[in-house]
Ligand binder design. Structure first.
Ligand SMILES: [Zn+2]
Length: 287
């Protein structure tokens, strides 16, 4: 946070420097948005091939073949979910929250991609439908589906609670779920858990202090966020112990609900779709 009383006096031209207009870091002209029409058309006649119910304060992993769709659905009550993605068969290729934020902004919706880590940096999934797209940004600067939070975790909780031990943060839930899905030990699985897409969570930064905030999610049973798997995926979804994240997480005090994941197989791939190749940089790094 910035100090209330800066140690250094502002220079004479401070106002002029602060008045300079910002420049978008990654202009969208260099990254055309996908045409969603072929994706949406491919949903006609699709078949539900699997359902995974994620219990409250727990996580589950699920597989989605390339070319399939998956939905995360609100059921029973308002609940946020922390989503990890890995390339099936290569856990080293995983969702890169920070670069996705740099490319698409702080909160995702239809047409945005979930990008993978270096050196592959390619779309892992494309968001094809978002029933909360009406929310936009509220008067506090808040919105849903952020890529600014990391995930609730027991280490930060320990720091902030004078040594508290809590075992159902999303980080631990995802660690257990990935271990169960892959056969890895908890110690082997934990380093693969990464910064998330905060599905349905309503967050922002306070305008005066720039602090990360959360507020009650506007999600209601029946809402969903829908993705198209651009590559073979393992997904991990935690039903956050914060519930709708209206008060706190890292405890069992919040009302929590399950989340449902559905995987759909289309009759045919979207017209013109090809699986994204790994990133084209030659990796010589100047040598
Ligand atoms: Zn959480």
């Amino acid at each position: 946070m910035k100090p209330d009383h800066p140690a250094h006096a502002a220079p004479a031209d401070a106002a002029a420097r602060k008045a300079i207009a910002p420049v978008i870091c990654y202009p969208v002209e260099g990254l055309p948005r996908p045409d969603l029409a072929p994706y949406l058309a491919a949903r006609d006649g699709w078949a539900l091939v699997s359902e995974t119910l994620v219990p409250a304060r727990a996580a589950r992993c699920f597989s989605v073949p390339a070319g399939h769709f998956f939905r995360i659905l609100s059921v029973e009550g308002p609940q946020v979910g922390d989503l990890n993605l890995w390339a099936a068969g290569n856990l080293a290729e995983r969702f890169y929250s920070g670069k996705t934020r740099a490319l698409h902004g702080t909160h995702l919706s239809s047409g945005d991609r979930m990008w993978s880590s270096f050196p592959t940096l390619r779309p892992m999934a494309t968001i094809t439908d978002d029933t909360l797209d009406w929310y936009g940004f509220d008067a506090f600067g808040g919105s849903v589906h952020d890529v600014i939070g990391t995930r609730c975790d027991p280490y930060t909780h320990n720091l902030l609670s004078d040594g508290g031990q809590y075992h159902h943060c999303c980080h631990s839930n995802l660690t257990r779920a990935l271990a169960d899905h892959t056969g890895l030990s908890l110690a082997e699985a934990e380093p693969h858990v990464h910064d998330v897409l905060n599905v349905f969570m309503c967050t922002g930064f306070t305008r005066d202090t720039g602090q990360y905030f959360m507020k009650a999610s506007p999600v209601r049973p029946g809402d969903h966020l829908e993705f198209f798997a651009e590559i073979d995926l393992i997904g991990g979804l935690s039903a956050c112990p914060g519930g709708d994240c209206s008060s706190e997480h890292s405890s069992d005090t919040a009302a929590c609900h399950p989340l449902l994941v559905q995987v759909f197989r289309p009759v045919a791939a979207p017209v013109g779709w090809v699986m994204p190749a790994v990133n084209g940089y030659d990796r010589r790094h100047g040598r």
